[in-house]
Design a binder for this molecule. Structure first.
Ligand code: HEC
Length: 131
């Protein structure tokens, strides 16, 4: 890490190019490649006869999330294509579920997802939540 850091500092072009790579990857996240794998861990609680919060993520995960009404925030869909601010899923990950008219704690319980993962989800939603 220290070595990588000093190399990057010695060469500003290297920093610029690696930043660009990250941005390019965020430009158009794919559901199958980037989004679905992130939500596999949620199945630990969101499956079975009585999924936590009444929220079942099994089977077609895309269909479970996109344009599905939230149970907790009755006026919001879990994912509203094109608008992460109106997507309750986003608020649950961000920890702003109460401000969005919902309830409960941030998801997943415990540690907050890294900002780049939250950004990835927001970007995917804002670009239309394509399958
Ligand atoms: C340890 C168990 C557990 C894990 C893991 C978990 N959840 Fe939950 N989830 C719950 C419980 C319990 C509730 C209901 C209480 C609450 O919201 O705090 C809930 C509620 C929700 C709701 C509200 C559903 C609705 O329709 O309004 C969403 C959305 C949600 N979880 C998303 C996720 C996502 C996304 C992940 C993975 C990043 C995740 N959860 C991981 C236990 C869990």
């Amino acid at each position: 890490m220290a070595i990588l850091g000093s190399v990057a500092c010695a060469d500003p072009e290297l920093i610029a190019s690696s930043d660009t790579d990250i941005r390019e990857e965020l430009v158009d996240p794919s559901f199958e490649e980037h989004i679905e794998p992130m939500f596999k861990s949620c199945l630990a609680c969101h499956q079975g006869e009585a999924p936590d919060g009444g929220f079942d993520l099994t089977g077609d995960m895309y269909a479970r999330l996109v344009e599905q009404r939230s149970i907790q925030a009755e006026s919001l869909n879990l994912v509203e294509p094109g608008d992460s601010a109106y997507s309750y899923l986003w608020h649950k990950l961000n920890g702003s579920q109460s401000l969005a008219g919902g309830a409960g704690t941030r998801m997943p319980m415990g540690e907050r997802w890294p900002q780049e993962d939250l950004d990835m989800v927001a970007t995917w939603i804002d670009l239309g939540a394509e399958p």
